[in-house]
Design a protein around this ligand. Sequence first.
Ligand code: SAM
Ligand code: MG
Length: 214
Amino acid sequence: TRSTRPQRLLRAVQQKAIKGDPQSVISAIDYFCRHSEWAMNVGDEKGSILDSVVCEVCPTTALELGTYCGYSTVRIARLLPPGTKLITLEFNPAFAAVARQVIEYAGLQNKVCLVEGASGDLIPKMCQMFGIKTFDFVFIDHWKDRYLPDIKLLEECQLLRKGSILLADNVICPGTPEYLEYVRNSPHYESKYFKSHLEYTKVEDGLEKSVFLG
Ligand code: SAM
Ligand code: MG
């Protein structure tokens, strides 16, 4: 049977990137997606905005919703201060299997904990599973209709503290209108749009950065 896109993306990493060098893994994936096959990674252009937010926040506890092949996982994990682990959630076992290999190739397996399962089931277990009290930083990039219910779940489970930063991808394309309307109008958030383009295209898209005010 024919290979899948994530498997071909992994092969591009194994052929082009240097083991243990996260930047070369990122570049190999971006090259593959620009020249061979588009894939739903945050990509290089929005990725540099993601990098600057991660560096600014310098999180001790970090969560990612939606791992896919591990591209954004590698981007975030390579910037984390020593001792910090990124928890990333993915419910598709085939994607998770590829992501594990991409993360390992980048040499970041000790900075990442990939949990297989649905965000709605796993978010309430973060304290029990990892002893997490609150997240300093959450990157939201799973299915677009889950953004709003899952941040409400993070609030309910008291996993956000005053000053926690949410960064949401694809708020314009494919778009997350209910989520945007919520974070932009709720008195519990201060929210800002970072204009950019959909990964590997010229179509407008962007990231929404929202500070939880408590
Ligand atoms: N963040 C990745 C990156 O930039 O490299 C891309 C993630 S991709 C856009 C979205 C992923 O979220 C898919 O792999 C999908 O299987 C996963 N996903 C969607 N809904 C989910 C949920 N409720 N729980 C866990 N994973 C989910
Ligand atoms: Mg995305």
